[in-house]
Design a protein around this ligand. Sequence first.
Ligand code: NAD
Ligand code: TYD
Length: 340
Amino acid sequence: MVKVLVTGGAGFIGSNFVRWAHRVHPDWHITTLDKLTYAGRLENLKEVMESPRHVFVKGDIADAAIAAPLVKQSNIVVNFAAETHVDRSILSAGEFIQTDIFGTFVLLEAAREAKDLKVFVQISTDEVYGSVATGESTETDELKPRNPYSASKAGADRLAYSYWATYQVPVIITRASNNYGANQFPEKVIPLFITNAIDNIQVPLYGDGLNIRDWLHVEDHCSGVDLLIEKGTPGEVYNIGGGNEVTNIDLTHRILALTGRTDALIKRVADRPGHDRRYCLNTSKLKSLGWAPKAQWESGFAETVQWYRENEWWWRPIKENDPAFREYYKTQYANRAPHA
Ligand code: NAD
Ligand code: TYD
């Protein structure tokens, strides 16, 4: 069996990846290491929890006593574990530095001593390029992160690269664009707006609503990572983008239409500080290896909205019963000024 360690595998993309990999690779034994922060949810893994080809370990990637032995026994490591929400990083950045940078350092140190490690995938993000007014970001572009989340991810991205350049750890770095799909924690714009709209609660649109994100279906992200495990070159960076540039206001209109609501639900609120205007990826490097996104934006997005409609059991306990989420929501939105 191929021994695979997936960190952050109880979160949105990590759990989609674990479920995907478990389905398509019967010869993989997957260990999920996850701290189960507010964003990590064991129910995301219920499809694989009973499988003899999967084991779940609760633990912190920054805790070498737990993480290092798991890395050292692995053939493949995919590091999804991170603090991921830009707005939270603006409120308080400490955990982002601790997990995204120091945690990655702990994994990389262990990887130096791993005997049979074929590949260490560091999941980075398009946000490391910073705001891109025109054109597309290519892998050799300068990194200009502008908020504590993207800066911590840029730190981890370059640290991972340095372990390739210095110690020949077989690192591959992926920079994906914004993901959409099932199991995304309802603090991020798509699940927040869908679930608010279902409940006829206003959706807080930041600033002028003209910021652009390039949306990637989470399963296309999984297939990209999977392909790179097989065909990627160590030491290289690969963009993974959906090619679906959408303004936030268009995204909001789409959500309202699919949930049967009107523009009356839009609440224009003060902008996010340092709000990146646009991200856009050039993905020809990954496409040259044979990858292409499968999801069509319109149908993939409609299916995503449908998933949240059909899986209220998944998000309602978070939004209604989790005191930490309610507190976060209050801090972020209750006294937010209107958009000027
Ligand atoms: P998420 O917040 O849904 O999940 C993160 C997971 O990491 C959670 O399960 C959490 O419990 C776990 N975790 C956090 N700190 C940990 C620690 N110290 N030790 C072990 N586990 C820990 O995030 P996501 O959206 O699934 O993002 C996954 C990865 O993909 C991140 O590295 C993120 O930067 C990157 N990424 C995300 C997007 C996106 O659109 N969501 C786009 C590009 C890249
Ligand atoms: P988000 O889902 O937080 O992802 P990221 O900041 O990593 O791109 O936000 C996506 C876009 O939606 C971003 O331009 C900010 C905007 N947004 C809102 O307008 N209102 C919100 O309540 C949130 C969470 C985001």
